[in-house]
Design a protein around this ligand. Structure first.
Ligand SMILES: [Ca+2]
Length: 445
C-alpha cells in the first residue's frame, strides 16, 4: 500500500516506540501499522473532513501532507504493560451495557440477557456463565451467519431495555422491553424496527442511546460482498447506515418518532431515520462519554479495516448526515470506481489485512481512573489477532497511536464494553469478559 510521506512518518514513529516496548511482537505489530489518516488530500482519492458537519470545514485545519508535522508526543501508553483480567464467564457474550448503578448487563448471542451484579471484581474461575439470566428470547433469535442477539442499551431513565437481534428469518429487529427494578418484563416487548436482510452477514448490531437520549442503530450494507445492492450510498434504504430514532415518541400507529433535526427529514427519496450513511458493517460504534464524539469501527471488505471519527461540536450531535464512503471507498482506497463526492469523510485510521488481521472491533474512548495513560484514548481491536490498539486524537485533528502490549494470549476479540466506572471491558470469543488493567493495577480489586 502506498503511503504519503506524512503518514509514513507516523508509521516509523510507531515502529520505533513499539520495538522498544513489546519485544518479539514488535515486527507483527509494526509492519502493518495502524495508519493515521488525518488527511488524504493530495492523494486524489477524497477529501477528509474531521468536522462533524460535512458541509463545514472551519473546525480543524490540518497540515498538508507535504508539511512535516510538529513533533507529536509519544503515546503515553506505549511503555506500559497491560493485562486482561477476567471478571466473568459468558456463553458467547457479545455486548454489555450499564443502567443506573454498578451492575453490568450483557447479551449472549443465542438470545439471553444476563445481569452481573456490581461492583464487579476479578474472578479466579470464569468457566461457567456468571450472573443471572434475566431474559431469554432464544426462540425469537436466529444465529445463522453473523446473526444473533447482537446489542443492547437502556433508555436514559433506565425504564426500557432495547435489544438488537436477527430473527429466525435472518432479518434485523430492534425491540424494546419495559424494565422493573431488577429485570426486563416478559411479554412487554414492542418491535420498534424490522429490517429485511438480503444476506446473512453485515447486520451491524450495535445499538446505543446517544448523549441526546435518542437511540442510534447500526445497520450493515445487507451483506454478501462488495455491497452488490449499493446500500452504502443509497439513502432510500436503511441498510448501510446508522439510524437515529426516538422510541419514547412512538404512537399507537408508529413505534418511534423521527427527531426533527435528522438530516434527511423532508428530503424526497431518503429515509428520515438515517443519521449517517456510507458504512459497510459498523459492528461496533460508541460515543465518547465526555465529549460526545462518535467513533465507529467499520469492518472492511477484503483489504482495509477502518476507524471513523466524527466530532460533536457546538452542541450538535456528532455525525449528522455524514457520508463515510462505502462502497466508493474501502477505508481510504477507491473501491467501486465511482468518483468520491467532495463531502465524503474518510477514516481517522485504518489498517490492512497483513499479519493475520481480518476485522476491526470498534471500542470506546477510555474514561476510567485506573489507567491514567489512556485517559481520552480510543481503544479498539482486531477480531482475528486479538491485538488491541489505542489512538489519541489531538484537538488539531492529528493522532498518535500505538498497540497496547497485553500480557499472555488474547483470543478473538468480539466486542468491547464500557463499565459504569468508565473502565474498558473486552469480550473474547471464548466468552470471557475481562477488564483492561495495567500489570501494576491488576491486583487492585
Ligand atoms: Ca468508510
Amino acid at each position: 500500500m502506498v503511503k504519503v510521506p506524512f503518514l509514513f512518518m507516523l508509521g516509523v514513529a510507531c515502529l520505533t516506540i513499539v520495538t522498544g516496548c513489546v519485544g518479539d511482537d514488535a515486527s507483527d505489530v509494526a509492519d502493518g501499522v495502524i495508519t493515521a489518516q488525518p488527511t488524504v488530500a493530495g492523494r486524489g482519492a477524497t477529501t477528509t473532513n474531521t468536522n462533524s458537519d460535512p458541509g463545514s470545514d472551519n473546525d480543524t485545519e490540518e497540515p498538508a501532507p507535504s508539511t512535516p508535522p510538529e513533533e507529536l508526543p509519544d503515546p503515553e501508553w506505549a511503555g506500559a504493560e497491560f493485562v486482561l483480567q477476567p471478571i466473568a464467564g459468558t456463553d458467547r457474550g457479545l455486548a454489555m451495557a450499564v443502567r443506573d448503578d454498578d451492575d453490568i448487563w450483557l447479551v449472549e448471542r443465542d438470545g439471553r440477557v444476563r445481569l452481573i451484579e456490581g461492583p464487579v471484581t476479578p474472578a479466579e474461575d470464569t468457566g461457567d456463565s456468571t450472573g443471572t439470566v434475566v431474559l431469554d428470547i432464544s426462540d425469537k433469535v436466529g444465529t445463522d451467519g453473523e446473526g444473533g442477539l447482537l446489542g443492547l442499551d437502556f433508555s436514559p431513565a433506565g425504564d426500557h431495555l432495547y435489544l438488537s437481534y436477527t430473527d429466525t428469518s435472518g432479518n434485523s429487529v430492534i425491540a424494546e422491553y419495559e424494565m422493573d427494578s431488577t429485570a426486563p418484563l416478559e411479554g412487554t416487548d414492542r418491535i420498534l424496527l424490522q429490517v429485511e436482510q438480503p444476506f446473512s452477514n453485515h447486520n451491524g448490531g450495535q445499538i446505543t442511546v446517544g448523549p441526546d437520549g435518542f437511540l442510534y442503530v447500526a445497520l450493515g450494507d445487507g451483506g454478501s460482498g462488495g455491497d452488490p445492492l449499493g446500500s452504502g450510498q443509497d439513502t432510500s434504504t436503511l441498510l448501510g447506515s446508522i439510524l437515529r430514532i426516538d422510541p419514547a415518541g412512538g404512537t399507537a400507529g408508529v413505534p418511534y418518532a423521527i427527531p426533527a433535526d435528522n438530516p434527511f427529514v423532508g428530503q424526497d427519496g431518503a429515509r428520515d431515520e438515517i443519521w449517517l450513511y456510507g458504512v459497510r458493517n459498523p459492528w461496533r460504534f460508541s460515543f465518547d462519554a465526555d465529549t460526545g464524539d462518535l467513533w465507529i469501527g467499520d469492518v472492511g471488505q477484503g483489504e482495509i479495516e477502518e476507524i471513523d471519527f466524527l466530532a460533536a461540536s457546538s452542541g450538535e450531535p456528532a455525525g449528522r448526515g455524514a457520508n463515510l464512503g462505502w462502497n466508493i471507498l474501502e477505508g481510504e482506497q477507491p473501491f467501486s470506481g465511482e468518483a468520491p463526492p467532495p463531502d465524503l469523510i474518510g477514516p481517522i485510521a485504518w489498517y490492512g489485512h497483513d499479519n493475520g488481521r481480518c476485522s476491526v472491533t470498534g471500542g470506546y474512548v477510555y474514561r476510567g481512573d485506573r489507567i491514567p495513560a489512556l485517559a481520552g484514548v480510543y481503544i479498539f481491536g482486531d477480531y482475528c489477532t486479538g491485538e488491541v490498539f489505542g489512538i489519541r486524537r489531538f484537538d488539531d485533528g492529528r493522532t498518535t497511536q500505538a498497540p497496547l502490549a497485553i500480557e499472555g494470549d488474547v483470543g478473538q476479540i468480539v466486542s468491547f464494553g464500557q463499565g459504569p466506572d468508565g473502565e474498558l471491558y473486552v469480550f473474547e470469543s471464548n466468552g470471557t469478559l475481562s477488564r483492561l488493567q495495567t500489570t501494576e493495577t491488576a491486583t487492585d480489586r
